[in-house]
Write a protein that binds this ligand. Structure first.
Ligand SMILES: *[C@@H]1O[C@H](CO)[C@@H](O)[C@H](O)[C@H]1NC(C)=O
Ligand SMILES: *[C@@H]1O[C@H](CO)[C@@H](O)[C@H](O)[C@H]1NC(C)=O
Ligand SMILES: *[C@@H]1O[C@H](CO)[C@@H](O)[C@H](O)[C@H]1NC(C)=O
Ligand SMILES: *[C@@H]1O[C@H](CO)[C@@H](O)[C@H](O)[C@H]1NC(C)=O
Ligand SMILES: *[C@@H]1O[C@H](CO)[C@@H](O)[C@H](O)[C@H]1NC(C)=O
Ligand SMILES: *[C@@H]1O[C@H](CO)[C@@H](O)[C@H](O)[C@H]1NC(C)=O
Length: 337
């Protein structure tokens, strides 16, 4: 009986500990399950929100067989995924891809590019110089039906042909998609969150005059011999580039596509596609670029995502650029399904 009070004391302490643990667990649970209220995180929108009764009238004036200064342009492979969506598609993702990067394409098809109803993906490719690779691309296209191929040589300096081919393909073969995202094959798109962002945050009725991306300002044309981006004054005379979008992820509204295409067909070729299309040409059509950076992961937030989980990092629509295949899979697997 002498042990009575001591037991009670012990029990009280255990009770405190249990209560404390329960509270801590409750707060952790709350933290990870409460959904943050939806807020428009685009701080300074430069595009036009549409209302329920607005329609945009889109006119495509484009010579199908011309691609800038190529006068006998053809699509060597030309799938028509948008024909399955007569009422329109939310998002068409066009991915500039190197013919050699079959592995990247496989990973994209198995992760963020897996088709869901409102989003489709195609890969933009030119003609590989290596005939074995050319045959492999052909085979891959038969298997997956998601490769758009043009008849220009697929080399680095021809990447503007590739981007403009993407605009041409959308204008002629996917004019009912509301939005077009142009990316590269080493990028991660958080496709589910992107869908949510487009339909709930941006506008349920769509927008026009939209070009949004990681905006680059006051960039200088590189003149140094060792630069991958070296351009001569003959290619580009000015010291500075206009404000432009980093080419790895550019979100366009459909109305912008034929307007960009029209100018791209008439002005002199410049091989740095993002500068040319989202800088020089976007200025000519008077469309301002809206920064999307608050919705793009940085290398730091990628680490946080791994350690603390998606709740901590908050919603994002794009990973950082230049990802390895492993990194794409790793980030994808840490996003909740
Ligand atoms: C959308 O429609 C409203 C009225 O229905 C009009 O006032 C507005 O200018 C339109 N906006 C655009 C971008 O067409
Ligand atoms: C389209 O462009 C090609 C090559 O420049 C030209 O031969 C053809 O006549 C043009 N077609 C039309 C309909 O303008
Ligand atoms: C297109 O024109 C180029 C140069 O004029 C020529 O080398 C090429 O063979 C032509 N391609 C086709 C498919 O006719
Ligand atoms: C073409 O690509 C194949 C497969 O990668 C490679 O084995 C071959 O050496 C390449 N041929 C040339 C001429 O580069
Ligand atoms: C392409 O596919 C054919 C038929 O399936 C096969 O015989 C050929 O080896 C493949 N070629 C390449 C380069 O993968
Ligand atoms: C780009 O493609 C065109 C058209 O196929 C080709 O004539 C040209 O040689 C290519 N450019 C380079 C740098 O290979």
């Amino acid at each position: 009986m002498a042990e009575g009070p001591r037991n009670e004391k012990l029990e009280m302490m255990t009770l405190h500990k249990i209560l404390f643990t329960v509270f801590v667990l409750y707060f952790i649970y709350k933290y990870y399950t409460t959904t943050a209220p939806v807020i428009v995180r685009i701080k300074d929108p430069k595009f036009t929100m549409l209302g329920p009764f607005n329609t945009t009238h889109i006119v495509v004036e484009d010579n199908y067989t011309q691609l800038i200064d190529i006068n006998n342009f053809t699509f060597k492979i030309n799938p028509q995924p948008c024909n399955d969506y007569p009422a329109g598609l939310l998002l068409m993702i066009i991915i500039s891809s190197n013919p050699n990067n079959r592995e990247n394409r496989l990973i994209i098809r198995n992760t963020w590019g897996r088709n869901h109803d409102s989003v489709k993906v195609v890969f933009l490719i030119g003609e590989p110089e290596n005939l074995t690779i050319a045959q492999r691309v052909k085979n891959e296209s038969i298997q997956y039906g998601d490769i758009v191929q043009g008849n220009f040589v697929d080399v680095y300096r021809n990447m503007t042909y590739k981007h403009v081919m993407g605009l041409k393909w959308v204008a002629h073969h996917c004019p009912t998609a509301k939005y077009i995202l142009k990316t590269d094959d080493d990028v991660l798109v958080n496709s589910r969150e992107m869908t949510h962002f487009l339909t709930r945050e941006l506008s349920p009725w769509g927008v026009k005059d939209l070009i949004t991306c990681q905006v680059l300002q006051n960039a200088k044309a590189q003149r140094s011999k060792n630069s991958k981006w070296k351009v001569t004054t003959e290619e580009y005379p000015s010291v500075y580039y206009p404000t432009y979008c980093a080419g790895w992820a550019i979100l366009y509204s459909q109305d912008v596509i034929p307007r960009l295409l029209k100018i791209a067909q008439t002005i002199r070729y410049f091989w740095i596609d993002d500068v040319h299309i989202t800088g020089v040409i976007a200025e000519k059509i008077g469309v301002t670029r809206t920064p999307l950076s608050s919705l793009i992961l940085t290398p730091t937030t990628v680490k946080q995502l791994k350690v603390f989980g998606p709740k901590y990092v908050g919603s994002f629509v794009l990973g950082p650029p230049d990802l390895s295949r492993d990194k794409i899979m790793e980030i994808w697997s840490s996003i909740p399904a």
